[in-house]
Design a binder for this molecule. Sequence first.
Ligand code: ACM
Length: 265
Amino acid sequence: MYRVSVCQFEPKLLDLDYNLKRMSEMIATVDTDLIVFPELATSGYVFRTKEEVRSISESIPDGKVFKAMQELSRVHDCSLVYGFSELDGSKLYNSSALVNPDGSYQIYRKTHLFYREKLFFEPGDTGFAIANAKGGIPIGMMICFDWQFPEAMRSLALQGAMIVCHPSNLVLPWCQEAMKTRSLENRCYSITSNRIGTEINGDQKETFTGASQILGIKGEILIRLATDSEDIATLVIDPRLAQDKTVTPHNDAFTDRRPDMYILG
Ligand code: ACM
């Protein structure tokens, strides 16, 4: 059995210290094995210039927030997944990190950039790889708008991800419901951590939809948080259920696939 947590909060724009403090406070309230935080949790989302983005970006593994998250993971003995802005040379990526208590980590760079993100970030080049979280549980990461593309979660599930961690900053109304299908068709747990609040930066403004959730392998809602308040919720799951892709005694969601019949590009 495995304890998983979803955290939703309201990051402060361009305030790394505040956001790290808030995540650290929320981690301290739970006893868990894996916590998922929102997309760009360290920095907020509504940027106006590349200079702003650069000012809150950090490189891995030397970044100050990354090191602090590694320390929190070690102290609380749980894996953490969180979104941040990554600097690699002169390039900026909308990334997420998995950090583990034993010091291991993995970075995912968002593949499908949404709306004005295209003004600031490079399209991710990591692809969809799986990694082990605490206890050797294989997880995958995708970020927010990646939900729109079924190939993203499919790629993770086909490689054996039991839990798909999905840091988000959702502004459109469809994702939480659509993720039921993503979980069901892949027979995988999903943890969508969304932020809350309205962020204003000059003439730019976005309102985020909360309703962070943990879904089971049949797309059922195991936990869904409120749309407008900070919260962290934990539940116990059996990740190994995701290894069973049986739909009926005659059907298997994976071995019944007919890749030779599909046109994907
Ligand atoms: C999104 O991808 N942040 C909507």
